[in-house]
Design a protein around this ligand. Structure first.
Ligand SMILES: CC(C)(COP(=O)(O)OP(=O)(O)OC[C@H]1O[C@@H](n2cnc3c(N)ncnc32)[C@H](O)[C@@H]1OP(=O)(O)O)[C@@H](O)C(=O)NCCC(=O)NCCS
Length: 166
């Protein structure tokens, strides 16, 4: 069974290890996450989760409020949205449906707040495998956008579309 639990300071070991994985690097998710600092705090605009398969850590999910996020990475965005980052750690855990389950759990979290109208993601424009993954989940392409010098493809899923895939 796959479950999400809140990330904690002790997860620095596994998260730093996953940062060295080629598929995580290729997705641009190996940027300096400053784990020691970030895992020790819980700002109101963010949740960080470790996905566990039968209690074994298999991946990471971050959910933010892009309007409130303190670096304003997303620029001008509407209120009542969420944005997600996701990756699986071990290559051997890819392509087994775990990511689909993790994403559905994350979307459940997001839309359990009745105010949330839309969830955003920003895969690299080059990460066509991830685009397919999100499209299959019901996300729709919004726009190409450069974030921190990286060309990204913004996708979004609305509450109505999410209700349709449940
Ligand atoms: C994207 C990701 C979370 C999907 O989880 P998963 O368990 O592998 O996916 P599922 O088994 O549920 O679905 C399979 C789909 O995932 C996508 N996928 C598989 N490997 C991938 C990889 N290395 N990178 C990106 N997407 C991948 C493909 O769309 C695949 O479908 P396909 O058979 O048509 O190619 C996972 O592959 C991953 O962590 N990839 C690397 C990091 C990443 O790209 N994160 C997203 C950044 S926005």
């Amino acid at each position: 069974m796959i479950e999400l639990r809140e990330a904690e300071p002790a997860d620095i070991t596994v998260l730093s290890y996953w940062d060295t994985k080629q598929h995580v690097i290729d997705a641009g998710e190996d940027e300096d996450w400053n784990w020691a600092y970030e895992l020790a705090r819980k700002p109101a605009w963010r949740k960080m989760y470790i996905a566990e398969l039968d209690r074994r850590a298999i991946g990471f999910i971050q959910i933010i409020d892009p309007l409130e996020e303190e670096t304003h990475y997303w620029g001008h965005v509407a209120k009542d949205q969420r944005a997600i980052d996701i990756w699986i750690g071990e290559e051997s855990d890819l392509n087994k449906g775990y990511g689909t389950t993790m994403m559905k759990l994350a979307l459940d979290h997001c839309f359990s707040d009745p105010n949330v109208i839309r969830v955003l993601i920003d895969p690299l424009a080059s990460n066509t495998k991830a685009h397919r993954f999100y499209e299959r989940l019901g996300f729709k392409f919004v726009e190409q956008k450069v974030f921190d010098g990286e060309a990204c493809s913004v996708y979004a899923i609305s509450r109505i579309d999410f209700e349709g895939i449940k």
